[in-house]
Write a protein that binds this ligand. Structure first.
Ligand code: ZN
Length: 445
């Protein structure tokens, strides 16, 4: 057996994976992920442009826009930008979680529980019996009623827990589990004294303390749960990554690092390099910060106009453009090999996976898949293919949505993982490196 550590790429791949763990720890929600990306972009000389700003750009310029605090479009202007078109790498920033309801305290039997909605499609059984924390954003009173102040918050400590029912009290989950969202999914935050009145302001008080503001300045919040335990490596030679939000912050990070790397190159290559990060993929993308919204197309048009083009030039630039839509893929699970198509069996640590579907739930076609394979070969990266079993519908992603609004060849791809949408997903230690190498090459063209 060849040990992973004997591979020549292992040290660098481990470093890339370590940086990913850092990024995941700093990014419990899409808002924190975008804020962290901003820090990294700014440190690398990318300029933040405001949406209200009038732009003028030239080759060599690099910058970014933020949409709603949870989506991002970063760019670098290469040589001959309009003729060569856009080179877009897209990924989503959100992950499945529990989202706090406005009227959040729900007492029962001396315990203060939090009322939550389910965001996206998490594997709910994985949320039981593990300390959870809370993060998101809070809006505060401001002078302009239309523009409340926004602050990010991350409690960074175990605050909630959702205990299972004991096996002796009729818990039949070993035989199969039916989870009722309204009844079963209410994490516990505190115990109540017998004669205490229910404190419905408990959470707001906690937020005021955490943000060091007056209680009555807090107007509203968007808070999501995340697992308090940090991500980690696992397995012989740390062959696995065990972490929440690999879907899809690992692809966000690969694109971010590749763009920043290209931003340091003496020759930026040709065309307009774009990192497109959209929110709300887990709930259908149809929002102002989602892939089904217009913000990405509008911003791309603004980049073209800022380079001195007109609308016809912008539309013509699509002819030479290309998009990689990156979102995670399913590795064949050794305990359930029958769940994967017999001819398409992606594995961990074997490189990015091209995702195809006759239903067009993935945007890849023979043309864009071939281009992707050529990119992988040129970058020295292995590459695999996924299709659903014919009797399974499978998932979808931003590729088909984006390519309907940005009609250019688009490929859907992503690294292979197990346990997608679990509170801890399992990926391979080499794959983040492989994906980043491929995207670096794509941006360098
Ligand atoms: Zn995803």
């Amino acid at each position: 057996m060849t040990r992973l550590t004997e591979l020549s790429i292992y040290p660098e791949a481990k470093l890339t994976a370590n940086e990913l763990l850092d990024f995941l720890s700093a990014s419990p929600t899409a808002w924190q992920a975008v804020a962290r990306a901003e820090e990294e972009l700014q440190a690398a000389g990318f300029i933040r442009y405001e949406q209200a700003e009038k732009l003028s750009l030239k080759t060599g310029d690099k910058g970014y826009f933020v949409q709603n605090g949870s989506a991002l479009l970063a760019f670098q202007i290469g040589r001959d930008p309009l003729k060569q078109g856009f080179r877009i790498f897209g990924a989503h920033s959100d992950s499945p979680a529990l989202k706090l309801k406005p009227q959040v305290i729900s007492p029962s039997e001396g315990v203060n529980r939090l009322a939550v909605e389910v965001y996206g499609g998490p594997l709910l059984n994985t949320f039981f019996d593990r300390p959870l924390s809370l993060a998101g954003r809070v809006s505060l009173k401001s002078d302009n009623p239309l523009k409340p102040q926004v602050r990010l918050v991350d409690f960074k400590r175990p605050l909630l827990i959702l205990p299972n029912l004991a096996i002796h009290m009729g818990n039949t989950s070993n035989e199969g589990l039916k989870i009722e969202r309204q009844k079963d999914i209410l994490p516990f935050i505190s115990l109540q004294g017998e004669n205490d009145e229910v404190d419905h302001d408990l959470l707001r008080k906690l937020l005021a303390e955490e943000l060091d503001v007056d209680f009555d300045t807090i107007l509203d919040y968007e808070l999501l749960t995340y697992e308090a335990a940090p991500p980690s490596f696992c397995g012989l030679d740390d062959c696995f990554i065990s972490a929440g939000r690999l879907d899809n912050l690992s692809m966000f990070k690969a694109g971010l690092d590749a763009l920043i790397h290209n931003g340091q190159a003496e020759d930026p290559g040709t065309g307009i390099k774009v990192l497109l990060i959209t929110d709300n993929e887990e709930v259908g993308s149809r929002t102002k910060q989602g892939a089904a919204g217009l913000f990405a197309r509008d911003l791309l048009e603004r980049l073209a106009l800022a380079l001195g083009a007109d609308r016809a030039d912008f539309l013509a630039s699509f002819a030479n453009s290309f998009m990689i839509s990156a979102d995670l893929a399913h590795a064949v699970h050794p305990n359930y090999p029958e769940k994967a198509d017999p001819g398409h069996r992606p594995r961990l640590n074997q490189g990015p996976v091209i995702k195809q579907a006759a239903s067009q739930s993935y945007s890849s076609d023979a043309y864009s898949s071939s281009a992707f394979r050529q990119l992988a070969t040129a970058a020295g990266v292995p590459c695999q293919t996924f299709v659903n079993r014919s009797d399974l519908r499978g998932g979808s992603t931003i590729g088909p949505i984006s390519s309907a609004l940005l009609p250019m060849p688009t490929v859907d791809c992503g690294n292979a993982i197990w346990g997608m949408h679990s509170i801890r997903e399992t990926g391979g230690v080499l794959d983040p490196y492989y994906m980043e190498q491929l995207v670096r090459y794509f941006y360098s063209l």
